[in-house]
Design a protein around this ligand. Sequence first.
Ligand code: AMP
Length: 200
Amino acid sequence: MLNLLIFGPPGAGKGTQASLLAKKYTLNHLSSGELLRQERENGPLGVKIKKYQDAGQLVPDSLIIKMIEEAIKKDLNGNGFIFDGYPRNLHQAKALDRFLKTLGKNIQIVLNLKLNSKTATERILLRSKTSGRSDDNKKIIASRLQVYRQQTTPLLEYYKTQNKLKNIDGSPAIKSVFQQISEIIKNRFSPFRKKAAANE
Ligand code: AMP
């Protein structure tokens, strides 16, 4: 089983790279932002989620931790997970470690897509033309970037001390970033080489 985390500021390309990885390694792509957006559309928690997302703030830990755990439980026998946008703070990271441990699983690699705030903002504004996301606008982007810096970046140290962190330059084209990531995984996991080659 291959369990990966992908980090980076909003606009770094986490979702794009995570879906490419999910395809190549047959992983379950778990995007916390996407799970929340789906719940926001249809679920009873919609109003609450909208309030946080449209302020660029994190939704309460209790809510998202439960949603992620439910999603993991639905796919225990697959090839693994790529967590995109989760965890976003230390409390969530520890909850994830604890939960995976109860299942005899763990995170093997943490990918950190690095991108400066200026480029991140430009990319999101470009994406806003087609994403239909109410939080892809200039004012909310600023608070999302601030939340990322304040609450999420401390997690990088947490995974660095566990020897799991891999930094990647997120500024080049999608294909080139994906090549960098694939190399990292290939070097770490020979059992996945055959499968990935077959999917290329
Ligand atoms: P994303 O799609 O990852 O950019 O997330 C969009 C929004 O969903 C964020 O600005 C938060 O409001 C919320 N969100 C996504 N993931 C999390 C998380 N792990 N914890 C709390 N809130 C989250």
